[in-house]
Design a protein around this ligand. Structure first.
Ligand SMILES: *[C@@H]1O[C@H](CO)[C@@H](O)[C@H](O)[C@H]1NC(C)=O
Ligand SMILES: *[C@@H]1O[C@H](CO)[C@@H](O)[C@H](O)[C@H]1NC(C)=O
Ligand SMILES: *[C@@H]1O[C@H](CO)[C@@H](O)[C@H](O)[C@H]1NC(C)=O
Ligand SMILES: *[C@@H]1O[C@H](CO)[C@@H](O)[C@H](O)[C@H]1NC(C)=O
Ligand SMILES: *[C@@H]1O[C@H](CO)[C@@H](O)[C@H](O)[C@H]1NC(C)=O
Ligand SMILES: *[C@@H]1O[C@H](CO)[C@@H](O)[C@H](O)[C@H]1NC(C)=O
Ligand SMILES: *[C@@H]1O[C@H](CO)[C@@H](O)[C@H](O)[C@H]1NC(C)=O
Ligand SMILES: *[C@@H]1O[C@H](CO)[C@@H](O)[C@H](O)[C@H]1NC(C)=O
Ligand SMILES: *[C@@H]1O[C@H](CO)[C@@H](O)[C@H](O)[C@H]1NC(C)=O
Ligand SMILES: *[C@@H]1O[C@H](CO)[C@@H](O)[C@H](O)[C@H]1NC(C)=O
Length: 759
């Protein structure tokens, strides 16, 4: 216990100390060498970074050309640095490695006249030879001052010249601070000028303006240095002005220089071509500082030494310097990303508890209970979240449906999210076998090698949840060989998932309309599929204790297995109709071409809507044509209409599928066509019931030449009973219509354990 207490103390102490700083690193950083070892690095206030070097040092202290020479006059105090040589009279003000600039002082040119006799003239005409350093075109400008003045900048090599002029008659005309041609004029400097001669001219020897302006001035100076005022016309007090030169090394661009032996950029640098003049410039990479021309000149910046240079959480974060960069993390006991402008660091729950314990044994107990309370709240939050998901996924509805079921037999399974992810190879696109109205269907392989179809809702909106729950409820009540079997579902995921038996031979639609498959669809097969489908619909409508209306009967919802056994699928839109309610008012749902016109008009849902849709499927089987096709002429687009009109005009055999037309079953075809015709009656009440249709088709099937195919026992054992015999009141929950069922022993096949059972 004592040891434990000490540990806690240490932790608390650590929390107070804050981030770790390395003062040594900061000092080292301040003292970076700028010159080669043993070379003079300053002259008065000027620091002389390599490739510049002092004239009195060893020649190896500077880069070859004399442009990089600094002549230091130590006789003054402080010593005065000159460019090249003191005799050049070009004083160096400073040298910048970062900007690759050198600032020097340059003379101002003047041209003065006195009053008598006329034309007595005194002039100072400066010229500059800047060697290999071009005059900065961005930092300087050329200025002329005077009222009878024309000034010229003549490029040293005679390549170009330019200038400006300024005329005025009275001092009252000039404006202080404005240099636009009255008393003062200025112009910018072009690139690639390596020196100049200045020329100053007058038009009238200043005769007209002598009373206030007897001199003209001209100079190249750093932008911002000179500000014109009217007093300057009488006498300009300055004789020198700063001028900025650009500098670079070599006379080739980077790509050429890199290949040459004397490339000057060292490790951790980047090279850029000079924009003005020739040569290239070196600079340290981001995260490094120092002199990029010296070996090991660019040193890693220790961003962690200075909290202004890093973005780590200052209180609980930890900065780790890496070469060229740094990373932020959190101190032990804290979590987060460590960046102050992002997550920062927050105390771990456990750490918090530890700190609290460290405060004092007396209140420790109290705080422990606080901790427990905190954890309790967390746990409660978790439970609430689970509840939310469960509720969102219709868990409550399902629970209501299933909670009293027998749990010993286990045919409908609750799958875990991982299980299904694995089965579908993480919902790989290659596994998609279909896209239904309510989601995507994937082919999945369970660990026990069972192939399954997994239906995944596209979006989790409320209506789709409703469809999902509906389908589970409906399917959980049916166990029929001609209905696709629901194997289980998954409620854990955000998107609900249903797992079905995999019916491997595709849809009836495909078999009818795909030329390569339809020729295998003999009349007998078609008849059997029709009869099977009619049988199962009849069962849904009447044999079940609570009628179920499928609502979306169509050839794409009838799946076929290897033996061409029909399996009706997609009960997402189906409705359970309580017996005491013959019709149900609902939103119109279904597929164009199959949709019952009466239902479309009245919104009154009855079993007869399925009869109509089935009639269309029957016609599809007979004709091999699609229920709705825009490839056909307008009158023939709707298959049902087209069929009825053909029948009326006695042209049935013109539209019968060629595959069956030659089978010699004309009489049967005609009779089935008649059944279809009755199914397609506009008035629902004139249509036969599904049960009548099924019996009729069953009769044909028995008459058919292949008695072995007769395998459906309409009311046989396979058609399992549904819920209890009584009807139950419909309850409405969250706007979702569902059945409040009683317990039933007959639903042995279905066991669902909702995720939060046991609450
Ligand atoms: C040089 O430094 C001294 C003192 O540090 C300062 O007084 C002086 O103005 C500086 N001279 C220049 C040209 O910057
Ligand atoms: C160079 O000198 C000028 C004027 O003396 C000053 O404003 C500037 O900051 C200096 N630049 C550097 C890099 O020292
Ligand atoms: C120009 O005028 C000023 C002011 O009167 C005078 O000091 C200066 O000597 C004159 N310059 C010449 C060249 O006469
Ligand atoms: C500039 O002046 C120098 C001497 O003062 C002269 O040799 C050179 O030719 C002049 N250049 C131009 C372009 O006027
Ligand atoms: C130049 O001088 C004028 C007045 O003489 C002043 O208003 C202006 O701000 C100055 N401009 C600069 C850049 O110093
Ligand atoms: C200006 O002075 C020069 C002599 O220095 C003379 O030749 C010229 O004619 C004068 N121009 C005017 C307009 O007075
Ligand atoms: C312009 O500046 C001069 C000083 O150089 C001053 O004497 C004069 O009054 C100023 N003029 C105006 C209009 O501000
Ligand atoms: C570098 O210079 C060479 C020859 O002067 C030229 O061919 C090349 O395009 C230049 N490269 C760049 C990036 O400017
Ligand atoms: C520059 O770095 C490379 C590897 O990054 C190394 O091999 C080389 O020796 C270094 N050169 C110098 C001059 O430090
Ligand atoms: C430094 O690291 C951060 C991420 O940690 C990255 O965004 C940034 O680009 C890096 N900086 C450099 C110079 O590599």
């Amino acid at each position: 216990m004592v040891i434990h207490w000490l540990l806690l103390k240490v932790v608390v102490l650590g929390a107070v100390l804050g981030p770790y700083h390395n003062p040594l690193a900061a000092e080292a950083a301040a003292d970076d060498p700028i010159t080669k070892p043993g070379c003079r690095s300053t002259c008065g206030n000027l620091s002389i970074p390599y490739p510049f070097g002092s004239r009195d040092s060893d020649p190896s202290c500077r880069n070859g050309p004399s442009s990089f020479e600094v002549d230091c006059d130590d006789s003054t105090d402080p010593p005065t640095p000159y460019w090249y040589d003191k005799s050049s009279n070009l004083q160096i003000l400073n040298i910048s490695l970062e900007d690759h600039e050198m600032r020097i002082t340059m003379f101002i040119g003047q041209d003065c006249y006195n009053s008598a006799p006329y034309a007595a003239r005194s002039r100072t005409i400066p010229s500059l030879v800047s060697g290999q350093f071009p005059i900065s075109n961005t930092k300087n400008k050329f200025t002329g001052v005077g009222c009878d003045t024309a000034v010229y900048f003549l490029d040293r090599r005679g390549d170009f010249a330019f200038g400006c002029m300024s005329l005025c008659n009275d001092i009252a005309e000039v404006t202080n601070g404005s240099c636009s041609g009255i008393g003062c004029c200025e112009t910018s400097i072009p690139r690639n000028s390596f020196g100049y001669n200045i020329s100053i001219a007058s038009f009238k020897n200043h005769t007209d303006v002598l009373r206030f302006n007897n001199c003209s001035y001209a100079f190249v100076a750093e932008i911002g240095f000179y500000n014109f005022s009217s007093g300057d016309l009488w006498r300009l007090e300055l004789d020198k002005a700063p001028l900025v030169l650009d500098w670079a090394v070599g006379d080739k661009n980077c790509s050429i220089a890199k290949k040459s032996g004397d490339y000057m950029c060292t490790n951790n640098t980047r090279c850029t071509d000079a924009e003005n003049g020739r040569g290239y410039k070196c600079a340290c990479l981001k995260g490094f500082h120092g002199n990029p021309y010296l070996v090991n000149g660019c040193q890693d910046i220790d961003e962690c030494a200075d909290s202004n240079k890093n973005q780590c959480d200052e209180v609980n974060g930890q900065c780790t310097n890496v070469v060229g960069n740094y990373t932020c993390s959190c101190r032990k006991g804290y979590h987060g990303d460590g960046w102050k402008d992002r997550q920062g660091c927050t105390a771990n729950a456990s750490h918090l508890v530890r700190i609290l314990v460290g405060v004092g044994a007396g209140i420790a107990v109290l705080l422990f209970s606080a901790g427990f309370l905190y954890l309790g709240i967390q746990k409660m939050k978790l439970i609430r979240l689970k509840e939310h998901y469960f509720k969102q996924n219709g868990g409550l509805l399902l629970q209501q449906q299933l909670h009293e079921r027998d749990r010993t037999t286990n045919t409908t399974k609750i799958f875990s999210a991982e299980e299904l992810e694995k089965a579908t190879n993480n919902y790989d696109v290659s596994r998609i076998v279909g896209r239904g109205g309510y989601g995507t269907v994937y082919k999945g392989l369970l660990p026990n090698d069972t192939v399954v179809a997994i239906k995944k809702s596209k979006l989790v909106d409320k209506t789709q949840i409703e469809q999902f729950v509906n389908e589970v409820i409906v399917l959980s009540q049916i166990n029929h060989r001609n209905v696709v079997k629901l194997l289980g579902c998954c409620l854990e995921t955000e998107v609900p998932l249903l797992v079905y038996e995999f019916v491997n031979n595709g849809t009836l639609f495909d078999h009818i309309h795909n030329r390569n498959k339809s020729f295998k669809m003999s009349w007998d097969t078609r008849l059997r599929i029709a009869s099977d489908t009619a049988g199962v619909l009849s069962y849904l409508h009447s044999a079940a204790s609570i009628p179920i209306i499928h609502r979306d009967v169509k050839s794409t919802n009838i799946l076929l297995d290897d033996n061409y056994t029909a399996k009706v699928s997609d009960f997402g839109a189906s409705r359970l109709v309580p017996l005491d309610q013959a019709e149900l008012s609902t939103l119109v749902q279904g597929t164009l071409g199959y949709l019952d016109p009466e239902y479309l008009q009245t919104n009154q849902l009855t079993e007869k809507s399925d009869v109509y849709s089935f009639g269309v499927v029957l016609v599809e089987l007979i004709t091999g044509k699609k229920a709705l096709s825009f490839d056909r002429p307008e009158k023939e687009r709707n298959l049902a209409m087209h069929f009825l009109s053909a029948l009326k005009n006695n042209r049935l055999f013109q539209i019968v599928d060629g595959v069956i037309a030659n089978e010699g079953n004309d009489e049967q075809v005609r009779e089935i066509a008649n059944v279809a015709k009755r199914c397609l009656m506009v008035k629902g009440e004139e249509r036969p019931t599904m049960r009548e249709v099924a019996i009729e088709l069953e009769g044909f099937k028995e008459k058919s030449s292949h008695p072995w195919m007769s395998n459906v026992d309409l009311h046989g054992e396979e058609a399992l009973h549904l819920l209890g015999e009584k009807t139950h009141p419909t309850v409405y929950m969250d706007g979702i219509e569902t059945m409040n069922t009683g317990a039933s022993d007959s639903m042995k096949n279905l066991v669902m354990t909702p995720v939060n059972s046991g609450r």
